[in-house]
Write a protein that binds this ligand. Structure first.
Ligand code: HEM
Length: 332
């Protein structure tokens, strides 16, 4: 082999190696991560979600919320799924999650089904990302190729869950800041809030709007009066704070763009929902209008923003582990 062809092949090997290193350090996740080790993982997840939906029409909503609450705390690393133990202060008992986050048993069922076909291969963090996609597509929303390859944390961060997950009582600027803190922008905020097109909320998360809003002695002025009456019936004063209302009063279990039309009609359930449309001068208003008038535009943005959210600080390579039980660190 001549000197020039040897050096040319050395060069091309170097180029390939550098390209692989760059790929690992920035791209991290990819859609074909389990192509050889668990090729049917998406359909396994989807069939368990579909089965769960038969007896609980709300479960899809609950599952996508778990992925959101996982990703906002230390990244998408399944830290949310760890139970209390001698070394773990569980995120399940943080303010945003306690008596609220649900669907953990279905996550365990999905994980068991996946372990049955591909033991020790698929992370709990990826199970959450796949379950979120299945939940949306099985409810009439878009489907997409989920990026995979996340690994599972060895720790939880309860204090982080208390501070990083947005509250329904927060103003738009605080919520925007919490999204920005994890690299998500205003478009992501509006698109992802569209997940409130399905699922339920407890009276305690919005009843402050119904009678004496911010000490005014009156309901929140940005609540449609007919809708207000309905909500006052569901959540009477001194009634149970755990009674449930549909986040989308029009098509409660379908994934569609009605959430945005509701906001235009002053029928946002949470204060944080309605603020996207009713905050004077906010950049979010035109995005709400765009998604309300064009479901395809909403679906496209939603998919991109789910990918953006799913990319928040994943553990990859040899960081973390593949948990065999999503509730516990291996060997504990
Ligand atoms: C923008 C800031 C957000 C706030 C303040 C917020 C707040 C809330 C609250 C208070 C509930 C009701 C919880 C309960 O009553 O127990 C809820 C439910 C829900 N959230 Fe959000 N959320 C936000 C963003 C998101 C995002 C980004 C997603 C997903 C991409 C999401 C998905 C859901 C779903 C699907 C439900 C219904 C869950 C069920 O029925 O079990 N939310 N959210």
């Amino acid at each position: 082999m001549s000197y020039s062809s040897t050096s040319a092949s050395f060069m091309s090997v170097t180029v390939i190696l550098v390209a692989m290193m760059l790929h690992r350090s920035n791209g991290q996740l990819n859609a074909t991560f389990y192509a050889n080790t668990c090729p049917n993982v998406s359909s396994i997840v989807s069939s368990v979600v579909q089965q769960a939906l038969q007896s609980d029409s709300r479960i899809g909503a609950s599952l996508i919320r778990l992925h959101f609450h996982d990703c906002f705390v230390n990244g998408c690393d399944a830290s949310l799924l760890l139970d209390n133990s001698s070394s773990i202060l569980s995120e399940k008992f943080s303010g945003p999650n306690v008596n609220s986050a649900r669907g953990f048993n279905v996550v365990d069922n999905i994980k068991a089904a996946v372990e049955n076909s591909c033991p020790g291969v698929v992370s709990c963090a990826d199970v959450l990302a796949l379950a979120a996609e299945s939940s949306v597509s099985l409810s009439g929303g878009p489907s997409w190729n989920v990026l995979l390859g996340r690994r599972d944390s060895l720790t939880a961060n309860q204090a982080g869950a208390n501070t990083s997950i947005p509250s329904p009582f927060e103003g738009l600027s605080n919520i925007t800041a919490k999204f920005s803190a994890v690299g998500l922008n205003t478009n992501d905020l509006v698109a992802l809030s569209g997940a409130h097109t399905f699922g339920r909320a407890q009276c305690r998360t919005f009843s402050n709007r119904l009678n004496n809003f911010s000490g005014t002695g009156n309901p929140d002025p940005t609540l449609n009066s007919t809708y207000l009456t309905t909500l006052q019936q569901i959540c009477p004063q001194n009634g149970s704070g755990t009674a449930l209302a549909n986040l989308d009063p029009t098509t409660s279990d379908a994934f569609d763009n009605n959430y945005f039309t509701n906001l235009q009609n002053n029928q946002g359930l949470l204060q944080s929902d309605q603020e996207l449309f009713s905050t004077t001068g906010a950049a979010t208003i035109s995005i709400v209008n765009a998604f309300s008038s064009n479901q395809t535009a909403f679906f496209q943005s939603f998919v991109q923003s789910m990918i953006n959210m799913g990319n928040i600080s994943p553990l990859t390579g040899s960081s973390g582990e593949i948990r065999s039980d999503c509730k516990k660190v291996n060997g504990s």
